[in-house]
Design a binder for this molecule. Structure first.
Ligand code: HCA
Length: 411
């Protein structure tokens, strides 16, 4: 089916914050951010409220901490959102799988390295071996668990030539629900993704496609969007895009982009939970949401005088996306040495309620710009500006309480 003929369907976020996300250097490496179970559950609450229906966790094979925590996590999810599907990330081997089944996972995300690099450095099995092993394991699984959700991925799929990948996938076509195509080392370009996903979509019309893009070249969002447009249904994402090395596709960056392309892609998600979820992770890491994350207050913060002046009149001049829908309910204008007199006038008059003329605002603004070196960690720009205003004995307008609350900007 051509892309244009395909009906736009809801895209499933395969949340891997607690699997690949925990492989991020932001968690564990410095030992400053070791997540407690309580913190994980807080974040999980946000992810569930966002409307994510597929969550990936480690197979218990990785260790007792994860195995024990999964018991609690599972209880929590089953109480909050019983229809959510719990996927175990498993190597395609019997031991990983058995432990996952014993732990009560309802879906298996199986993988087996298929690139030359993975074969040589990971498991040393030939493509013929990979085919035999995966077919045997998945056939047996299907017999015992006829309705279990099964996915098979050739790890490092984008460094695996397409003929090899198809040679491994074809025998599994009638056994799995989805094929994964992980870009394990972030080599895929949007052009290659479009070509491959279209090709796989055509070759395996009955099998859904799942994608996992690492961000080594900064392409994880555009690759995910391209994959969706070419026919992928599941995209592996995490909050902030945290994952091994420089990460994968950020959940909220993808939701925003899908929404911009066609709201039908994101039906059923509570988009207003996007920003809160990002904030929860920020509070766990005690860090600001990354500046590259589109669903952030940073993306509603204006610095340059020209921009500040324009957005106080009409925000659309420098804001094109509906971040309010994604839970970013505020806008920030940061007073700084680039702020123009318009912003300073606006701030002193509308926020601080000083009575001043434009001419006075110009003079204050000039003095402020000349003195911004005085701004330090202990004295912020607002204090400096108020000092300058105070030295001019400006009078204030007293506003009724209810009007103060309706102030437009929070500088
Ligand atoms: C890993 C590698 C992986 C797996 C992706 C997948 C990758 O950390 O195990 O299961 O689809 O990028 O290949 O994250």
């Amino acid at each position: 089916m051509s892309n244009s003929a395909r009906k736009v369907q809801r895209i499933e976020i395969m949340d891997t914050t607690f699997r690949d996300g925990q492989q991020s250097p932001l968690w564990y490496d410095t030992q400053t951010n070791v997540p407690s179970l309580e913190e994980k559950l807080n974040l999980l609450e946000g992810i569930l409220k966002l409307g994510v229906k597929h969550l990936e966790f480690f197979s218990p094979i990785v260790g007792t901490k994860e195995a024990e925590e999964f018991v609690e996590v599972k209880k929590y999810i089953q109480a909050q959102a019983p229809n959510v599907i719990l996927h175990a990330h498993c190597r395609c081997n019997e031991k990983d799988i058995q432990l996952a089944l014993d732990a009560g996972f309802t879906a298996l995300n199986l993988y087996f390295g298929t690139s030359k690099e993975s074969i040589k450095g990971n498991h040393n099995k030939s493509i013929a071996d990979i085919k035999t092993i995966s077919l045997k394991i998945i056939t047996d699984l299907r017999k015992t668990y006829p309705s279990m959700w099964l996915r098979f991925s050739g790890e490092d799929a984008f460094r695996t030539d397409i003929e090899t990948l198809c040679a491994v996938y074809s025998p599994l076509e009638n056994l799995v629900d989805a094929f994964g195509t992980p870009d394990t080392v972030g080599v895929a370009t949007p052009a290659l993704v479009g070509e491959r996903i279209l090709m796989l979509r055509k070759a395996y019309p009955k099998v859904e496609l799942e994608c996992h893009f690492h961000n080594d070249r900064g392409f994880s969002t555009i690759n995910a969007l391209t994959a969706v447009q070419a026919g992928a249904k599941y995209i592996d994402c995490s909050v902030w895009g945290i994952a091994e090395r420089s990460g994968i596709t950020s959940t909220t960056a993808l939701l925003l982009n899908l929404y911009e392309e066609d709201p039908a892609y994101v039906q059923g998600y509570d988009l207003s939970m996007s920003y809160p979820v990002n904030v929860i992770l920020g509070s766990i890491f005690r860090m600001q949401i990354p500046t590259t994350e589109p669903v952030s207050l940073t993306n509603r913060t204006h610095i340059a005088g020209v921009h500040q002046n324009a957005v106080t009149k009409d925000a659309a001049v420098y804001e094109a996306h509906s971040l309010e829908k994604f839970g970013v309910g505020q806008r920030d204008l940061i007073l700084n040495h680039l702020s123009g007199y318009n912003t300073i006038y606006y701030y002193l008059k509308e926020v601080e309620n000083f009575q001043l003329s434009k001419e006075e605002a110009r003079e204050i603004s000039e003095e402020f710009k000349n003195r911004t070196r005085e701004v330090t960690k202990t004295k912020d720009a607002r204090e400096l500006l108020l000092d300058i205003a105070a030295s001019r004995n400006l009078r204030k307008t007293v506003l009724p309480q209810n009007m103060q609350k309706r102030r437009l900007e929070n500088l």
